[in-house]
Structure formats: structure tokens, C-alpha cells
Design a binder for this molecule. Structure first.
Ligand SMILES: [Zn+2]
Length: 54
């Protein structure tokens, strides 16, 4: 299995998130083991793009 190197959107730790099934539209969901929250990578990417455009 490939190592998941995902940064948590909440506590910003890297490597503590594990795959947590998939949401709608094939979004991979992750669950952070440190803060026990679930999040989607797609959110972070979109926010990043919007931030860079302006
Ligand atoms: Zn976290």
C-alpha cells in the first residue's frame, strides 16, 4: 500500500490522516488520527487555487 502523505486541513499535521472512504463525486475522504476530523483533499486544493489566482 502506498503511504498516505496527506496534510490535515484542521491541525495541519502531515502523515496522520488515513483514507476514510469516498464522498460524492469520487472525492477521497480522509480522517485525521490526531484531531479525529474527516476532510476531503479537494477542498484544500480548491482553496489553494483560488488563493493563488488573486
Ligand atoms: Zn488533524
Amino acid at each position: 500500500m502506498a503511504k498516505v502523505d496527506v496534510k490535515c486541513s484542521f491541525c495541519e499535521r502531515t502523515g496522520s490522516a488515513k483514507k476514510h472512504g469516498q464522498g460524492k463525486a469520487d472525492h477521497q475522504r480522509y480522517r485525521c488520527q490526531m484531531c479525529c476530523r474527516t476532510f476531503q483533499l479537494d477542498y484544500a486544493y480548491r482553496a489553494c487555487h483560488q488563493g493563488m489566482k488573486k
